[in-house]
Design a protein around this ligand. Structure first.
Ligand code: HEM
Length: 320
């Protein structure tokens, strides 16, 4: 390849568009040590994440192991870079109506590990934490699993309306609007705990009105008759020019029945942070105000953090 061809090579995102997997681990850590060595360790580990993924993934390529690294705004500031992704910001708490709050919780780094084999995901997490050593504190680690035909623990098929192909790239990846960070993505995570006893006390029809789809066969319901908006409709964002704005989700169920813990780990990738923010405001505050997403009467957000997922080039360039 000549120099000009190299110059035209497309920017390579991380594995944002990896196919939905059977297993996932969501690991959120903070860089607690406040010395420069700790920041340098974090930079070196994330810039070499590809090496760790290959080390574990190559042992069974059929496991399709992947890992996306997200970096929080506070840590980005400590990375001493010439510029900052234009929309990167902390997750701001949303005090909602009906007593529901979208809480903001700490997080400097997110590792979104996906694959067909939980042992490979586990091994990768183990190696990442060993490399990070005691420069970090684990804020949360959640092991998610695929539940039957991609259902959440509320019993509904989750992920149907995700954009695919070119629409996925348009929805999830930064383009020319922020050239230094093209091929990157913003990601928001929230860990939700469900009250399955209360949810199970509803009739199937009531549950379907809340979600906006039928439960057994996953068909969209029309709620344009002025009745209270469903989860599906609150999360359909159309701007003043009639353009719909999507995000890319890869929610995973998690739980420990023995501890009565049942949850959904929400993860949303977006080219524009405002789209997810808008969705959250409609869910928590309501549209109109007060008519919040009734999914929240049965689901409590216990975490909420925003990260920037750089392209592979930017990530590798963080090596010290
Ligand atoms: C749709 C579940 C949280 C955004 C859906 C659907 C289900 C679901 C079952 C319908 C099928 C589909 O298209 O995927 C859940 C659960 C959540 C949760 C159990 C947590 C308790 C969130 C959050 C957001 C969100 C926090 C955004 C900030 C969306 C979007 C759609 C959707 C954009 C597609 C809407 C459409 O275009 O039809 N969700 N969700 N969800 N959800 Fe969620």
């Amino acid at each position: 390849m000549d120099d000009q061809t190299w110059a035209r090579a497309p920017i390579e995102p991380q594995s944002v568009n990896a196919p939905l997997s059977t297993s996932a681990i969501f690991l959120v850590v903070t860089v607690t040590a406040d010395d420069e060595a700790a920041v340098a360790t974090a930079r070196d580990v994330v810039s070499d994440i590809g090496g760790l993924v290959r080390a574990v993934g190559f042992r069974d390529l059929g496991g399709r192991l992947s890992c996306n690294v997200g970096i929080g705004s506070d840590l980005w500031a400590r990375f001493d870079q010439p510029s900052k992704p234009s929309q990167l910001d902390r997750f701001h708490t949303i005090p909602g109506s009906g007593g529901h709050t979208a809480v903001s919780t700490p997080g400097d780094l997110l590792f979104h590990i996906r694959g067909e084999r939980l042992d490979q995901c586990f091994e990768l997490e183990r190696l990442i934490l060993a490399r990070l050593g005691d420069t970090v504190e684990v804020v949360d680690e959640t092991q998610g699993f695929r539940y039957f035909d991609s259902r959440d623990l509320l019993g509904f098929v989750d992920g149907t309306e995700n954009p695919t192909g070119q629409s996925m790239a348009e929805a999830a990846l930064i383009g020319d609007e922020d050239p230094d960070f093209a091929g990157g993505s913003y990601v928001v995570v929230q860990k939700y705990l469900h009250d399955l006893t209360a949810w199970g006390a509803l009739s199937t029809e009531q549950q379907e009105q809340i979600i906006g789809r039928t439960k057994a066969d996953n068909v969209e319901l029309d709620d344009s008759d002025g009745s209270r908006m469903s989860h599906k409709s609150l999360n359909t964002i159309v701007d003043e020019n009639g353009v719909e704005h999507d995000i890319l989700r890869d929610n995973m169920p998690f739980g420990r029945p023995g501890a009565k813990e049942f949850g959904t780990y929400f993860i949303g990738y977006s080219r524009d942070l405002w789209v997810i923010d808008h969705m959250l405001r409609r869910m928590f505050i309501g549209n109109p105000v007060g008519e919040y997403d009734r999914i929240l009467d049965f689901s409590t957000a216990v975490t909420g953090t925003t990260f920037f997922v750089p392209s592979n080039d930017v990530l590798e360039g963080l090596a010290t």
